[in-house]
Design a protein around this ligand. Structure first.
Ligand SMILES: NC(=O)c1ccc[n+]([C@@H]2O[C@H](COP(=O)([O-])OP(=O)(O)OC[C@H]3O[C@@H](n4cnc5c(N)ncnc54)[C@H](O)[C@@H]3O)[C@@H](O)[C@H]2O)c1
Length: 414
């Protein structure tokens, strides 16, 4: 079967690189751009922007006779089986939204000229819903709507590594609506797939979202490390525990006039504290809405297992909160009892895990000591008043506990 012939519409950073690399991979390629200067330069073997290695590969590709550039839409439509749309999607002036007018113009100009069997593949980075919109547009304008298709194939190349990233991408994402479109894309990317790049086949919206999610995550990582540098270059997290460190960090940022840089750590802290409140809420739910008069057994006092450190311990925070709401809370911890008694004299303490749970209406596992993880749910079931447990550390096997008649709840689980 002959190889599909490829067009690239929009020959900027993304498109010029894609056109050259597709030629390198053995395809016949035609590139089109609205900018005649760009087309003239590329046709003359000159890359109109800086990208290491692309110039040499462009000239090599032109020499094969399999790459050419044009300003003629008719020529492109006649030539290619697969069209890659690589036009820009800049930010709209005065707004956060993307300007999709270039994408709309490219699909809209090409559609009435499409040959039957053509696949139009968007590569531009677009907001979710754009691919569906472009598919509708192509359906409305194509001479034979049933014989043409749209797909979305977002691009992850990094400028500066564009050639390498295009020839050896970390992954290929195919947003498609049919097996035929997927098969076509697999043909066009056959050498890349054979070289080991994984393929993710998905729907339009997911393909669009994968790209913006990946960029948002990257931006977050970069902002995170930049915020560190903004406050105090070279500062690394020291010893001690996280809650106090992030709070002190925010305070110091304020003193240095850089408080906005670390505003997001308030959220990091608040998210963490909400887990404690949520654990208390789970307990209350299991007790049908009230802690009043309930006997509650708490396993764990240390802030983590294999320690007797109770500073800012979530376990004791939760235990104290339930006590304040009217429960009789009995705590057991393998190592932190002495410290806990000093700081939380209002709580009750037991000599063993089973003793803490004896007669309880509710048990909470709040520090994941192995002694608690290994507890036999049937043995514990014989000492409690009611078999209800909140697993605050996702340390127990819900199936085994439920099978033994326990009402089991854990954070982040149904
Ligand atoms: N540059 C990157 O590193 C990169 C990486 C991944 C994805 N992307 C995405 O790829 C898309 C293109 O980015 P870029 O950096 O190559 O932009 P660019 O501005 O360098 O290139 C866009 C090209 O499209 C041309 N164009 C505009 N409207 C056209 C039309 N109707 N018909 C034909 N050509 C038209 C422009 O003349 C220009 O040459 C964007 O959506 C971008 O977000 C870019």
């Amino acid at each position: 079967m002959p190889k599909p012939r490829v067009s690239v519409i929009g020959t900027g950073y993304l498109g010029a690189t894609h056109a050259v690399c597709m030629t390198e991979l053995g395809f016949e390629v035609i590139g089109l751009d609205l900018d005649p200067t760009k087309i003239a330069k590329l046709a003359a073997g000159e890359v109109p922007f800086f990208e290491p290695g692309l110039g040499e590969l462009l000239r090599k590709s032109l020499d094969t006779g399999r790459l050419r550039f044009t300003s003629s839409w008719a020529e492109v439509a006649e030539f290619a089986d697969v069209h890659f749309v690589c036009v820009g999607t800049p930010q709209k002036k005065g707004e956060y939204a993307a300007d999709l007018s270039f994408v709309e113009a490219a699909f809209g100009t090409l559609a009435p000229l499409l040959r039957p069997g053509a696949l139009v593949v968007g590569k531009s980075t677009v907001p979710t819903g754009t691919a569906e919109w472009m598919a509708d547009l192509v359906q409305a304008l194509a001479p034979e709507p049933d014989a043409v298709e749209v797909a979305w194939n977002p691009e992850f190349l990094r400028e500066g590594f564009a050639v390498e990233d295009t020839l050896h991408p970390d992954r290929l994402v195919f947003g498609v609506r049919s097996a035929a479109a997927e098969a076509r894309l697999r043909e066009v990317y056959a050498p890349v797939i054979e070289a080991g790049s994984p393929v993710v086949v998905t729907d339009f919206a997911t393909a669009e979202l994968v790209k913006v999610a990946a960029n948002s995550f990257l931006a977050t990582k970069i902002s995170f490390i930049n915020a560190m540098a903004e406050v105090w270059p070279g500062l690394g997290f020291g010893g001690g525990c996280l809650p106090k460190d992030i709070r002190a960090f925010m305070a110091r940022a304020g003193e240095l006039g850089a408080d906005q840089a670390l505003a997001f750590l308030k959220d990091v802290d608040a998210i963490n504290m909400r887990r404690r409140a949520r654990t208390v809420d789970l307990g209350r739910e299991l007790l049908d809405g009230s802690f009043h008069g309930a006997r509650v057994g708490v396993w764990g006092a240390a802030f983590k297992p294999n320690s007797d450190d109770i500073r800012d311990s979530p376990a004791l925070d939760v235990a104290e909160s339930m006590q304040q709401h009217g429960a009789d809370v009995v705590v057991y911890d393998p190592a932190a009892m002495d410290n806990a008694r000093i700081l939380y004299p209002q709580l009750f303490y037991a000599a063993s895990a089973l003793d803490a749970a004896r007669g309880a209406d509710l048990v909470l596992l709040l520090t994941e000591w192995s002694e608690f993880r290994e507890m036999d749910p049937r043995v514990l079931g014989n000492v409690v008043r009611t078999r209800r447990i909140v697993d605050g550390r996702n340390a127990l096997d819900p199936v085994a506990w439920r099978a033994s008649g326990w009402t089991y709840r854990a954070l982040g689980r149904p």
